[in-house]
Design a protein around this ligand. Sequence first.
Ligand code: HEC
Length: 136
Amino acid sequence: MQQGTVRWSDLSLSQGMKLLPEGKGKDALRSNCMVCHGFQNVMASIPRNENGWRDRINYMRKAMWWQLPRFDDDKADGVVSYLSHMFGNDPTAPRSPADVPGYKDTVRSFSEEAMGIAYVEYDVSGSKGLALERYS
Ligand code: HEC
């Protein structure tokens, strides 16, 4: 099997929090924005430039204001710059989490034995098959 490129949007939230580089804005992102959703679908899979991020963050601040009481302008600026760096078009950002040191340690793997799943097919045609009995 050929290995594809690992994308940021492929990660679990806990992998993301370990592998996303430290930087201004990361803490505010983690503690304010991850309450309702992760970063994978709404952030990592749609790259935006700085204006685009600011626009979406303003939208969240308006629509989700009750969950963002301590998310002030300073934190918003930090998150805008963090997201523009990571999920914008900054060539210095790690494209793939697999390029970040420590990536391998975050990947769960299972033994050969655990992966050895046996599938069995039963032919149930011509019988009542798996139809549920009525109990009444
Ligand atoms: C109270 C829950 C809540 C909080 C807190 C929250 N969001 Fe959201 N967010 C949502 C919901 C619900 C949607 C989907 C709404 C939609 O797509 O219109 C969403 C959608 C988004 C989107 C996609 C919008 C689009 O147009 O595709 C982005 C980007 C986003 N959130 C970023 C953030 C950031 C950054 C923060 C922190 C500042 C944040 N969110 C905090 C609930 C929340």
